[in-house]
Design a protein around this ligand. Structure first.
Ligand code: ADP
Ligand code: MG
Length: 169
């Protein structure tokens, strides 16, 4: 995929409520304005990379890009599981991510146990791959230290939200 690594940031919105948190694997959903800017060569599936909330620390992440049932599967969704234990939810805050590599396509599973097992193996794969020197370098990228100050206080309307979105690099 020629668009990788892919840098993007935007507001965390409420998702479809499919209970990811109950599975122990919460996924922060990006606002539509971020999803709409995804390059065409970035297909659905599971990705790994780096993520940071507002101006916090940079953590490893796994991201699922899939078809959003809320829009009758006509629109994509981007859901990031940050590999870190947060004390509180961060709805409305700015999430910055760099997608570094691709793990696997979307799949359907016969059981919840099989799904959880697959996600946990995605997380393990992400942890290992991100230790490669070429990937560790991206963690130090200026992108993560240059979160626009206007985006540190959650914007109150969608017009100002879209101005904080930064795609490409
Ligand atoms: P939703 O359907 O609203 O996305 P989830 O059950 O997927 O609900 O929970 C996602 C929310 O959990 C995120 O928007 C964020 O505020 C919070 N959260 C807490 N810890 C994490 C984490 N490690 N990774 C992603 N989101 C997290
Ligand atoms: Mg979610």
């Amino acid at each position: 995929m020629k668009s990788l690594p892919y840098f993007c940031r935007g507001e965390v919105i409420r998702g479809f409520g499919r209970g990811s948190k109950e599975l122990g694997i919460p996924t922060a959903n990006f606002a539509d304005s971020v999803v709409d800017k995804l390059p065409a060569d970035i297909s659905t599936g599971i990705y790994y990379g780096w993520a940071c909330v507002s101006n916090g620390d940079v953590h490893k992440m796994v991201m699922s890009i899939g078809w959003n049932p809320y829009y009758k599967n006509t629109k994509k969704s981007m859901e990031t599981h940050v590999i870190h234990k947060f004390k509180e939810d961060f709805y409305g805050e700015v999430l910055s991510v760099v997608m570094v590599g691709y793990i696997r396509p979307e799949k359907s599973f016969d059981s919840l146990e099989a799904l959880i097992g697959a996600i946990n193996s995605d997380i393990e794969e992400a942890k290992v791959k991100l230790e490669l020197p070429e990937h560790l370098r991206l963690r130090e990228d200026n992108f993560f230290t240059s979160v626009p100050s206007s985006s540190l206080t959650p914007p109150t309307n969608t017009a100002s939200t879209s101005q904080t979105i930064l795609n490409g690099h």
